[in-house]
Each structure stands twice: as structure tokens, then as C-alpha cells.
Write a protein that binds this ligand. Structure first.
Ligand SMILES: Nc1nc2c(ncn2[C@@H]2O[C@H](COP(=O)(O)OP(=O)(O)OP(=O)(O)O)[C@@H](O)[C@H]2O)c(=O)[nH]1
Ligand SMILES: [Mg+2]
Length: 100
């Protein structure tokens, strides 16, 4: 029986059907450490990091991670969702002039 919640198992089945070995390794690691898996979005300014995290955490309407056409994320933000902790980060290439 899977240690993942049905919601997470469904994501695996639908989007990552060929990763059973990796999933078993991940499940074993999670059970050993008894801690949530951390998923961190890193990338260039305006690349869609926050939008991706909203999609992954069912927050497209709430926009827990703020998004926008100009620089938006200026500090780290975290959200616990099922067995995961999702972390949003500012754009790697942001400079002071990008602040609004
Ligand atoms: N067309 C299109 N636009 C997207 C997509 N993902 C995000 N956007 C738009 O791109 C812009 C930037 O998205 P964000 O999610 O705020 O990007 P970010 O990487 O978090 O930006 P910073 O926090 O400023 O570094 C927003 O206007 C989004 O609506 C996508 O897959 N397709
Ligand atoms: Mg952002």
C-alpha cells in the first residue's frame, strides 16, 4: 500500500506513470525521515515559478504565491500541501532596478 495520499498517488499515475522505482525510493526515504518532501522553485525572473507552484498546490484561484507581469516574488514563501512543503523564491537574475 502506498504511503502517499490518494491525491498525490493520482498525480503520479496521471503525470508520472513510469516512475514506480523512484516513487518507492521516495516513499522509503520519507518513512525513514518522517518529514515532508521539500519542493523549491528556483529560476529566472518572471519565468513562471509562482504560477507553477499555485498550480501544483491547487491555488490557481487564491494565488497563495503572488504572480504578475513584473517582478513579484521578493522573498522566500512557503506552503505546506499534503506531504510536501513548496517554497517559492525570488528570480535568480533579479537586480535592484527590478523592484517596483
Ligand atoms: N503564457 C503563459 N504565461 C505564464 C505562464 N506561467 C506564468 N505566466 C505569466 O508570466 C508572468 C510571470 O509569472 P510568475 O509566476 O509571477 O513568475 P515568477 O517566476 O514567479 O516571477 P518573479 O517572482 O517575479 O521572479 C505572469 O504574468 C504569469 O501570468 C505560462 O505557462 N504561460
Ligand atoms: Mg514569483
Amino acid at each position: 500500500m502506498s504511503i502517499f495520499e490518494p491525491h498525490v498517488e493520482e498525480i503520479f499515475e496521471n503525470f508520472l506513470p513510469n516512475t514506480r522505482d523512484s516513487r518507492e525510493t521516495l516513499a522509503a526515504a520519507l518513512q525513514m525521515k518522517e518529514q515532508a518532501l521539500k519542493v523549491i522553485a528556483c529560476g529566472m525572473l518572471n519565468a513562471g515559478k509562482s504560477s507553477l507552484l499555485n498550480a501544483l498546490t491547487d491555488q490557481l484561484e487564491n494565488e497563495v504565491f503572488a504572480t504578475g507581469p513584473v517582478r513579484t516574488t521578493t522573498k522566500k514563501a512557503e506552503l505546506s500541501h499534503h506531504q510536501f512543503i513548496f517554497t517559492d523564491t525570488p528570480g535568480l537574475d533579479a537586480i535592484e532596478a527590478d523592484n517596483i
